[in-house]
Design a protein. Sequence first.
Length: 434
Amino acid sequence: MNSNHTINIQTNNKALYRTIWRWHFYAGIFCIPFVIILALTGAIYLFKPYYESWQESQFHQINSTAERLPANQQIQAALDAIPGGKFLSYRLPQNSTESVLIKVQAESNWQVFVNPYTAEVVGKQETSWQLMNIVKTIHGELLIGNVGSILVELAACWAIVLLMTGLYLWWPRNAKGVEGVLYPRLRDGSRTFWRDIHAVTGIWISALALFLLVTGLPWATVWGAALKEVRAIDFSAQQDWTQSRAEEHQHWRAQASEVFDLTPAILTAAETIQLAPPVELSISNAHHNSWKASSQSQNRPARADVWLASDGSIEKQSGFAEKKLLDRAIGIGVAAHEGYLFGWFNLLLGVLTCAGLILMSVSGFILWRKRKPDSVLGAPPAMPARVGVAVVAITLGLAVFLPLLAISLVVLLALEFLVLRRINSVNQWLGLSK
C-alpha cells in the first residue's frame, strides 16, 4: 500500500514536471524573438544619456562672450528656424560653452540648439528621427503602433511565465553538489553544456529579469491603462509616464505657444534653485505669466518641479517626496528599469541582465534544435497530471495580475481543444496527443 502510494506520488510529480516543461517550451517558442529584440533595444537605451551627450557635443563647442543675449531673443531664433513652430521649452545650459536647447512644436517636434551669445542656430534635430527615440519605439511598439505594444505586453506576460516555470524546472531534485546548478558542466557533452548555460544563466538573472518585466508594465497599453484607471480614483496630479508613443507625442507637459516672455528674473531663479539637470523651463498657464522649471533627470526620484512668477518668485514647488506612494513606487521602478536609480552599478546590472536574457534565448533555441525530431515541433510529451493547489493559486494570481495573460490563456486553451486537436496533422506536429 505504501509502495503503491509512493509510486503514485512519483508518477504525479513526473507528470506535473512534464506539464510545466510543456508550458515552458510553448512560452519559449513564442517569447524568444521578442525577448531578444527587447533585450537588445533595452541594453542600447540604457546608454541614452551618454549617447545624447556625445551627439549633442557637436553643438556645444561655442565661445563664450561677455554677456548672453536675452532668452526671448534665443527662443525667437529657434522658432524662426522651424516654419510654423511654437515654443515648448528652454533647457538651461550646464556650462558657459554649452548651447541652449529649445524644443519647438510644428508638424513634428524639433530640438533646436542656439548659441546664447549670438542667437545663431548651431543645429536642429527632428525628435522622432533621433536614434534613441527609434530604439524606444522598437522596444515599446516594434514600430507598428498599438498592435506592436500589445504584442510586446503579451510577450512580457508570457516571459514572466517562462521565468517562473524555468525556476521550477531548474530546482535541483537529484543533484549532487552545485555543478550544473550554480555553474555549468563544461566536460559532459554539448547538450549538457547548453542545458547548463540555459539553466544556470536563468537562475543568476531571474530575479533581475522579473524585476525588469514587472517595472516595464506601467508603460504597457492594457496593464498601463488599467493602472491609470485605478490611479485616477485618488490622484489629481499628472502621471510621469505614458502608455504609448502616440500618447507621448500628444501629452506634452509643456504648452506649445507663440507667445512667451522668459524674463531674466525667471532664468536667475531657475539657476539658483539648482534642480537636478537637465532642467527645462516651460510656460505653465494660459496667461503666459507663470513658468515651470522641471528637472528631467534620468533618476526620477531626483526630479522636482518649481513654478515661478515673472519676477522670479516661487509660486509653488513639488518634489518626489510629495508624490503619492503609488507614484513614488512606480518612479523608483522606472528609474531602476532605465538603469539610473543608483548610478553605474544599476546600469551594469541592466546590461548584464539583457545579455543574460539573450544568452538564455540563444541557448534555449540551440537546445530545442538539438532535441527536435524531424517533421514535428518537438514539444515535451504530454502526461496527464493532477495539478496541486500551489500551481492553481500561482496561475490564478498571475491571471489576476496580468489580464492580457489570462485572456491569451483562455484563447489558447479554447483554440487547442476546439480546433487544433481536431486537425490530425496539426495535432501530431504540436505533440498535443502524446
